[in-house]
Write a protein that binds this ligand. Structure first.
Ligand code: FES
Length: 160
């Protein structure tokens, strides 16, 4: 066990080695290993980044750049539900900013934050490839489109 208590189990380490073996350059396995780390430790803290960096013989700064580039990695404990509002072009033109403003006021948080009760983490994300449903958002693994403030309220109220 390292000083932060962050360490994969033997089975997880075996999976890391398997993933690294799939690529000519082991760095190809960095994203799946970061997902494994997020599943194992709940989120990808700076300590987790350092741990993963050592497994790849990379600098922690390199791993941090990767983690902060993708919205799929959480650097702090995430809520029980993830609400991701698309704010890219099609959604922007159909009212995404109003939806985001409504959600921020409703939840009392900014994008990237989690409600105090741990119920919802709010994200503002790039195109979710469902532009025909604009304005749209993803609630956990479901796509919800044609959003209005009333529809957003109903969706959020249903989250426990
Ligand atoms: S712009 Fe929002 S889903 Fe594509």
């Amino acid at each position: 066990m390292n000083r932060n208590g962050i360490e994969f189990s033997d089975a997880q380490l075996q999976e890391v080695r398997r993933l690294q073996g799939l690529y000519p350059d082991t760095r190809g396995a960095l994203l799946p290993v970061l997902h494994l780390a997020q599943d194992a430790f709940g989120h990808v803290s700076l300590e987790v980044e350092e741990y993963v960096a050592r497994l790849f013989d990379l600098s922690p700064a390199h791993v941090h750049e990767v983690v902060t580039f993708y919205t799929l990695f959480f650097q702090a404990p995430k809520g029980r539900h993830i609400v991701s509002v698309c704010h890219n072009l099609s959604c922007h033109l159909t009212g995404a900013q109003d939806i985001l403003r409504h959600l921020k006021a409703r939840l009392g948080i900014e994008p990237g934050e989690t409600t105090e009760d741990g119920r919802v983490t709010l994200l503002a994300v790039e195109c979710l490839c469902a532009c025909e449903m604009a304005p749209m958002m993803q609630v956990d693994d479901r796509y919800e489109g044609g959003l209005t403030p009333a529809k957003v309220d109903a969706l959020v109220d249903a989250l426990r």
